[in-house]
Write a protein that binds this ligand. Structure first.
Ligand SMILES: [Zn+2]
Ligand SMILES: [Zn+2]
Length: 369
């Protein structure tokens, strides 16, 4: 009889999660079975639960930011990017995107591999009714398909630290490589959720002169301060005009060189265009799912001579750099303190609800606790 494990499944958009038994498939060459330690609950998961991203197959096993321990692997089967063999008992993270083909026009000519039409994302676009079934982290085990980029977590890095290499930090690394912070930059970050907080950390590491975090949640703004934000602005307590004036006041009247958007709220975008300085850069990375339409004035953008960037998904290099960044900096920045809520698999529904109400900074599901 086939072995099974328990997984939390979204049966259809908007429906409550169900705990079901799912088959654990036999390993094929190059694949590995991972016992899930932490599955991060991403803002994107809440949107996926409500069906706000096209092309997602239901029933769905959520969970694209996942760390755990290798339960089984065929000997000699997998090497990490540094050439080390992946073995049973290794603590690992992995790039949630698999099957980027590196042979299509997007991969090779446009050099935009996150737009490769052949790629699949664990916990988002893989079909849980088809082999290998265990395709999301809200599950006791995950099946890592051949060609998944598996990375060892350094010994001194805890699973709570490493969870940020799953999604939030690679997204921030990608955003920063698209619009680089320079020494002395004046930076504002819209949204102090996990991605926004990772942007604060990267701005700090990169020598930004001012870093202003903008959010409505006092605990998130407090955390931003702890991680190196020089200033915070609460959107409940200030008007747009006051925020704009404040940002100009702390930058000799110019406004921020770079504004990063990491809110998941479409209303943030016209505001970001307003806040960034003339000739500055606005980088949008928090609109991964569809949060609606807003009005912007193109003439205003044109007149401001703006450089507007967006970031879609992440590449293996961003995940690799994220894990290295955590390893090099977890003594200086307490990544693990951002894990504010932990849930069992049976409570996965509550985890989504806590994330939806933004009561957590980072909630994780621990299916084997
Ligand atoms: Zn995510
Ligand atoms: Zn491709």
């Amino acid at each position: 009889m086939a072995r099974t494990c328990r997984a939390a499944i979204v049966p259809e958009p908007g429906a409550p999660l169900e705990i079901r038994d799912v088959e654990i498939p036999e390993l094929v060459s190059g694949s590995a079975l991972m016992k899930v330690a932490n599955a991060g609950v991403c803002g994107t998961d809440v949107h996926l639960w409500h069906g706000r991203l096209a092309g997602v197959p239901y029933p769905l096993i959520l969970g694209h930011e996942v760390v755990g321990t290798i339960e089984s692997v065929k000997p000699g089967g997998i090497q990490d990017l540094d050439g080390n063999e992946i073995q049973e008992g290794d603590r690992v993270a992995f790039h949630d995107v698999v099957d980027t083909c590196y042979s299509c026009w997007y991969c090779l000519v446009a050099k935009a591999p996150t737009k490769c039409p052949n790629r699949f994302v664990y916990g988002i676009t893989l079909d849980s009714t088809k082999w290998p079934f265990l395709i999301g982290g809200y599950s006791e085990y995950m099946y890592l398909k051949p060609r998944t980029q598996i990375m060892k977590i350094p010994d001194h890095v805890s699973f709570d630290d490493a969870i940020f290499a799953g999604c939030a930090l690679p997204t921030a690394v990608h955003a920063v490589t698209r619009s680089p912070i320079r020494w002395g930059s004046s930076v504002a970050v819209q949204g102090a959720g996990p991605v926004g907080l990772m942007l604060v950390i990267l701005a700090k590491i990169n020598g930004a002169r001012t870093i202003t975090a903008i959010d409505q949640a006092p605990d998130r703004l407090k955390m931003a301060k702890t991680l190196g934000a020089t200033h915070t602005l609460n959107i409940q307590e200030t008007s747009l005009e006051e925020r704009s004036d404040f940002l100009r006041d702390i930058s000799e009247g110019h406004g921020p060189d770079i504004v990063y958007e990491a809110t998941g709220n479409a209303l943030a975008v016209p505001e970001g265009i307003e806040l960034v300085r003339e000739g500055g850069t606005y980088t949008i990375c928090g609109q991964y799912t569809d949060s609606g339409t807003v009005e912007v004035n193109p003439h205003y953008m044109n007149r401001k001579h703006l450089d507007i960037r967006t970031v879609w998904g992440s590449e293996t290099t961003h995940v690799y750099q994220a894990l290295r960044t955590i390893g090099d900096n977890c003594d200086r920045f307490a990544f693990k303190d951002l894990v504010t809520h932990k849930f069992s698999l049976a409570d996965a529904q509550s985890a989504l609800e806590v994330q939806q109400k933004q009561e957590s900074i980072k909630a994780v599901i621990q299916p084997n606790e």
